[in-house]
Ligand binder design. Structure first.
Ligand code: RAM
Length: 935
């Protein structure tokens, strides 16, 4: 038996981050124990530059001392100012109620090139010494005539990728002890030191509104520096900075800049303490090479005849290269990255390769994803071309269907130079695809080609399993939708000329995303984008990072993500900084709506109003959706202020929220029928649509005596439609949780099982491997929907994923619980025979799994240390329920609280539990919100 121990130490939600610039980072840990009720009572954190100083009696930089806090899973650093460019080791000790001696664990983090001004060792002026540099086209290679292979090629008006190099000497009087490279680009970069690739970040430095903020990355390159001559080399590309972005029919470079630029600072620390530095400046030299253009939407072209062999290695003769041009030395916007980069996260082998003409093959990777193709080609003649085109689906002739990519060419090209073998993989683009059409390779086998899936490195935290293979596949589709669309920012889709950080999509999908993966660092970064994007009037936008002129004014449900996302992250991870950083924005947003809608019905300043985007059937009145979100945002702002101890702000917003709720009810809710005859009374929300009832119930807009009537009407509408949903992006995420909360888990299950349009399983029946943008993106009768908007990889409708964890398997937390301190395990078996989910929460492992056998059901639950759980064991005979073969209440850690029709309710301490219960479906009373009997 192993007792209480901390593990998974994180600094600002990342494992051993290199190069942070947060002056008060959050140092957090999770807890595990094999014993029941083995809860923490206190912790102590010490931070020191030398690991020895963390020992008892050592002299740490900061010592929190013993803090008696049984709920803590982290501590904000509160010691003397952290110095830049310094590695800090830290140790956490945790005391449990049962053991005298604490258990401990250690980790480290390292600060970046600069700490915020005012921090130790800094005057407040920039410490960067590097300049932004770029390719100087004069006088060398731009004048070259296009080669034969290039001539017929559409370069989309894009310029070749600059190569930049600088030689430096590694020999010094004193040996090297460590080397750090601080680097960024206006555009994208790939850096090499002596030919070896530095780091494994893709599409770095990632996408931000570059007019507000540019992230830099830090790399440990100690092992790459050698004695004698060294070469620091970079290839840069347009990326989001100066390439095609979004759907504006604008030329590349219209949004931020017009040509890519690079900045780097290499610091070499020697044994005698001296530091030497190599920075980007006009001593660098530039040229162009094999990459003739590279663009996120259009694709990439490599002409091997232009390759400059050995340019990134020492000994290369760069006499005919031009000096780099300094563009400026502006460092104000440079910040350390707060997220993990995009990385190559998986490789997917083809399931088939079909020859469709003499030198053309169609490769099916069996999975729609975001990334690119890596291809091995033998004996490509000089000037001969291989063209790789991408598509999500095939048309009726089994050829690529690319109409839905709109203007995204998504085409990669390789032009040969007669070399025997070449491995071709683009560097500065990605595509959304399942199929690739490869032209120019006469014989292609499955071994020659692989799809490389790229996405932001969000550690996977959840898993879900159940007895229905269709629902398992649905969960896999949801996961792949997430992988494909968490690419530096949460995008709507990865394939067409769009790929924008739409706020509503992110908001509705976040609860699912945060169960699948640890998205704390990813959304920390994106919330900065959301904040950076705010309009001068204080409103949130529809997309972030902001693209000037694109859907600036936030619509209901879209702008509200600026409130909803931080609140959900706080509840998930328990880090109050999600709220403290967002509170001003939240207040500004609510105030803006209020200011323009003093009668509390949100009609004015509704942005483009996307309503319940892509809902089939009768549209929900716009004012219903808008006013519901107004009330919701006001309430969440109040809760955020409460959590931060800002009671004056909280009170004002609670009052406002209550007033908006009343206005909503008064304006939109009617109850007809005889007074007193409650069962015959008919409650209606204006428009009488599913989404109208869903927002009313999910956002708590109705007084208690009206909820039952609303839930009843919702169920009627769902039943009358199929049972089926008639919801779009707004309603869909709320449907299963609301039906379940109001006793209609049976209907939620029916929706899950449905296979006709609209349903989740319909696309799966027709080959989907990711969630579609539209319920009916393709139908047997109608074929493809209009190509102008028909993505096959949109995650919004995948927001059902949340209910698979919470409702089907039972991994959930109570409504007022933060960071899984109070779990709520209330699985709804439906017609399934088993389901389980496991989730690495901020506190530790949460798991729930149940299985039916004959007339019985067993339920296993795991509760992390420091948490308790309310467990509702599904049963047809509450008296039959036992925990680990003991009679109810026996174990001391599991107390029977009450029984209701269909379940026995236990409250359990932390630890692992195994319940058994009688469960014969035939006798099962309909699940419902019934009063419990106390034993
Ligand atoms: C579409 C996007 C996105 C949605 C907006 C309103 O273009 O794909 O999913 O949020 O419109």
């Amino acid at each position: 038996m192993s007792a209480l121990r901390p593990y998974a130490l994180r600094c600002d939600h990342r494992t051993t981050p290199l190069g942070i610039d947060d002056s008060a980072p959050l140092l957090s840990w999770r807890l595990a124990s094999d014993r029941r009720g083995d809860d923490p009572v206190a912790y102590r954190v010490r931070v020191a530059e030398r690991p020895e100083a963390l020992a008892d009696g050592g002299q740490p930089h900061w010592d929190s001392g013993r803090v008696d806090d049984s709920s803590a899973i982290g501590a904000g650093y509160a010691g003397p100012a952290l110095r830049a460019r310094t590695r800090y080791h830290w140790r956490v000790e945790v005391w449990s109620a049962s053991d005298g001696a604490p258990a401990d664990a250690v980790s480290w983090f390292e600060t970046g090139l600069a700490m915020p001004s005012g921090a130790a060792g800094q005057s407040g002026k920039s410490v960067w010494r590097a300049s932004w540099i770029t390719h100087n086209p004069d006088p060398v290679d731009v004048v070259d005539a296009p080669t034969e292979g290039e001539r017929a090629l559409d370069d989309h008006g894009l310029a070749p990728c600059p190569l930049l190099r600088r030689v430096f000497s590694g020999s010094a009087v004193s040996p090297l002890v460590l080397a750090r490279l601080y680097v960024s680009a206006r555009g994208l970069y790939e850096v090499r030191l002596n030919g070896a690739r530095v780091g494994d970040a893709e599409l770095a430095p990632g996408w931000t509104d570059y007019t507000r903020r540019v992230q830099y990355q830090t790399y440990d390159v100690t092992d790459l520096v050698s004695q004698g001559e060294n070469v620091l080399a970079a290839t840069i590309a347009d990326g989001w900075w100066s390439g095609f972005v979004g759907f504006e029919p604008r030329r590349a470079g219209a949004h931020y800049g017009t040509f890519p630029q690079f900045i780097a600072e290499l610091q070499l620390t020697h044994a005698d303490g001296s530091v030497s530095t190599v920075v980007t400046d006009d001593s660098w030299v530039t040229h162009t090479g094999a990459i003739r253009h590279a663009d996120l939407l259009m694709g990439e072209c490599h002409d091997l005849r232009r390759a400059v062999d050995g340019w990134e290695l020492p000994g290369f003769d760069a006499r005919d290269w031009s000096p780099a041009r300094i563009t400026d030395a502006e460092h104000r916007l440079l910040v350390a990255s707060v997220d993990e980069p995009v990385r190559a996260m998986a490789e997917v082998r083809p399931v088939s390769v079909t020859r469709v003409s003499q030198d053309t093959h169609i490769v099916d990777f069996g999975q729609n994803l975001a990334g690119r193709v890596r291809l091995g080609v033998d004996g490509l003649a000089a000037g001969a071309r291989v063209v790789v085109r991408h598509a999500e689906v095939l048309d009726e002739n089994q050829r690529l269907y690319t109409a839905n990519l709109r203007t995204a060419a998504a085409t990669d090209v390789l032009i040969g130079d007669g070399r025997r073998h070449i491995d071709f993989e683009p560097k500065f683009t990605y595509h959304g695809f399942r199929y690739a059409e490869i032209t120019g390779v006469p014989a292609l086998s499955g071994d020659d080609v692989v799809a490389v899936a790229l996405h932001s490195d969000t550690p996977w935290a959840g898993s879900f399993d159940c007895s229905d293979p269709d629902i398992r596949r649905l969960h896999a589709c949801v996961e792949w939708g997430q992988r494909s669309n968490f690419v530096s920012v949460p995008t709507d889709c990865p394939q067409r000329d769009e790929r924008l950080g739409w706020l509503a999509d992110a908001q509705v999908f976040l609860p699912t995303a945060a169960l699948n993966a640890d998205v704390a660092a990813f959304f920390t970064k994106w919330l900065r984008d959301v904040d950076d994007a705010r309009t001068p009037e204080g409103g949130f936008t529809n997309v972030a990072p902001r693209l000037a002129g694109v859907a600036d004014e936030g619509a209901p449900g879209w702008g509200d993500a600026g409130v909803i996302v931080p609140w959900h992250l706080y509840r998930t991870y328990g880090d109050p900084r999600f709220l403290s950083r967002a509170l001003d924005g939240m207040r500004g947003w609510v105030a803006l709506i209020h200011r323009h809608n003093p009668d509390l019905i949100w009609r004015h300043r509704v942005g483009p109003h996307f309503s319940d985007w892509l809902a089939p059937g009768t549209p929900t009145p716009r004012e219903v959706i808008a006013t519901a979100y107004f009330a919701h945002s006001a309430r969440l702002t109040a809760l955020a202020a409460d959590a931060l101890g800002r009671h004056d702000v909280a009170e004002a917003h609670h009052r406002l929220a209550a007033a908006v709720r009343s206005a909503f009810v008064e304006r939109f809710v009617t109850v007809e029928g005889p007074e007193g005859g409650e069962s015959e009374r008919r409650l209606r929300v204006a428009g009488d649509t599913q989404t109208g009832y869903l927002v009313s119930l999910a956002f708590g807009l109705l007084p208690d005596h009206l909820t039952e009537g609303a839930a009843k009407r919702l169920a009627e509408l769902v039943e009358a439609a199929g049972p089926a949903l008639q919801t779009g992006f707004v309603g869909v995420a709320l449907a299963a949780p609301v039906l379940d909360a109001y006793g209609r888990a049976d209907l939620a299950h029916a929706l899950l099982r449905r296979t006709e349009v609209p349903s989740w399983l319909f696309p799966l029946r027709h080959g989907a491997t990711t969630i579609w943008e539209r319920w009916d993106g393709w139908t047997p009768d109608g074929g493809f929907r209009a190509p102008a908007m028909n993505s096959f990889n949109h995650y919004a409708l995948g927001s059902i994923g949340e209910w698979l964890y919470r409702g089907v398997a039972g991994v959930d937390q109570a409504e007022d619980s933060v960071a899984y301190r109070r779990l709520r395990v209330r699985p709804e078996p439906g017609a399934l025979t088993y389901a389980s989910a496991r989730y690495e929460s901020a506190r530790g492992t949460v798991a729930a799994g149940w299985r039916r056998r004959g007339d019985g059901l067993s339920l296993r639950v795991q509760v992390p240390p420091g948490a308790t759980a309310d467990v509702f064991v599904p049963t047809t005979d509450p008296g039959s329920v036992r925990e680990a073969e003991a009679a109810p209440g026996d174990s001391g850690h599991a107390a029977l609280i009450g029984t209701g029709p269909g379940h026995a309710h236990y409250r359990v301490a932390s630890g692992a539990y195994h319940f058994t219960a009688a469960f014969s479906p035939a006798e099962r009373p309909p699940a419902g919100l019934h009063e419990e009997d106390t034993p």
